[in-house]
Design a binder for this molecule. Structure first.
Ligand SMILES: C[S@@+](CC[C@H](N)C(=O)[O-])C[C@H]1O[C@@H](n2cnc3c(N)ncnc32)[C@H](O)[C@@H]1O
Length: 323
């Protein structure tokens, strides 16, 4: 058996890891960047970039380039002037527009050389939830211990938190500050320290601009006592097993991340000016295409602002260039 953090990381990013699968994330689950809502989501991202004076967008954990293609279409239509770049664990997708830069990454908390990031909006949609983290649980005697796992998902006990291989003093401090437990047997803790560090490292790569990580998550005081680790395969939830055949994801402790603001997606989109259209019967008679487009806009906006996507957290941090 291995510590969850190690088994999880290898299952997603090892040589035969889940995220190297040709289908890409979109073959297994939907995000804000997919389908008709992806166009509207791209518009929100471009609006944010321009509002913050950014001239470039970097998509971290770009999947197979879904968001980048929508952004490229906006640029081609003259709606924005931005340079685009993405990174994920696979080579550059063949159907990306030639103007879009691409860097292959190792995956998880590791980031590749991303070059100089000046006036850049870095967007990481559902990246942090797939950065593996150590898992601890309270045993029958009330002691919080590292949880180990076999490839088929069977779990076993490791050492007590604070002295375990992947839950040492730094992780124990994180637990105390961010995810205190009640000592009730069975309670679980997903230690977010690797995610905090990964986002801090991403921010450190940016010379000037804004970093926005978007993910499902929770706040101190409302942590899920049984943990949130889940598996996904081809649109279905499956028991989490670190065997490379399914996604492994856990909600993000968003308040422990480096940030200026935490805003839920429904509000973030509203602040960026995304609002429902009001297609009238007169419009339907005069311009059927415009009427249909307005209905599609409303449906995409409902998708992005409803449950569950509307409850996702936008974790935002501005980075000013040093004087
Ligand atoms: C849940 S998917 C989200 C994909 C896309 N952002 C979307 O919204 O559809 C997470 C993606 O992050 C990628 N990823 C994980 N760690 C990464 C890293 N260090 N650098 C680049 N991509 C990474 C995975 O390979 C996967 O494609």
């Amino acid at each position: 058996m291995h510590a969850w953090v190690d088994a999880w990381h290898s299952a997603l990013y090892g040589p035969a890891g889940f995220y190297r699968d040709a289908r890409g994330p979109a073959g297994h689950f939907a995000t804000s960047t997919h389908g008709p809502s992806g166009r509207l989501f791209a518009r929100a991202v471009a609006t944010l970039a321009l509002a913050r004076g950014c001239t470039q967008i970097l998509d971290v954990g770009a999947g197979r380039g879904e968001l980048l293609r929508e952004l490229a279409a906006l640029i081609a239509a003259g709606d924005a002037e931005l340079t685009l770049m993405g990174t994920d664990v696979v080579p550059r997708p063949g159907d990306l527009p030639g103007s879009v830069g691409w860097v292959q990454s190792a995956g998880g908390a590791d980031l590749p050389d991303l070059g100089p990031l000046e006036n850049t909006l870095v967007v990481a949609n559902e990246w942090l939830d797939v950065i593996a983290c150590p898992i601890a649980a309270v045993d029958r005697t009330g002691v919080l211990r590292e949880v180990l796992v076999a490839p088929d998902g069977t779990e076993g006990w490791g050492d007590p938190a604070g002295t375990a291989a992947t839950i040492g003093p730094a992780e124990a401090d994180w637990i105390e500050q961010w995810w205190p437990h009640s000592g009730r047997p069975g309670e679980r803790v997903e230690v977010g320290l690797p995610r905090d560090r990964a986002l801090a490292e991403l921010g450190a790569r940016v010379h000037s601009g804004v970093v926005v990580a978007i993910d499902y998550g929770h706040l101190r005081g409302q942590r899920p006592r049984g943990g949130t680790l889940a598996g996904y395969r081809r649109g279905r939830t499956v028991p989490p097993a670190p065997d490379g055949t399914c996604d492994l994801t856990a909600h993000v402790a968003v308040d422990s991340l480096p940030h200026d603001t935490l805003t839920q997606q429904r509000e973030a989109l509203a602040r960026l000016g995304l609002a429902r259209a009001n297609p009238t019967y007169e419009l339907a008679r005069a311009d059927a295409d415009a009427y249909l487009a307005a209905l599609q806009h409303n449906s995409a906006l409902s998708e992005l602002q409803g449950d569950p996507l509307g409850g996702f957290w936008w974790v935002e941090k501005a980075i000013a260039s040093p004087r």
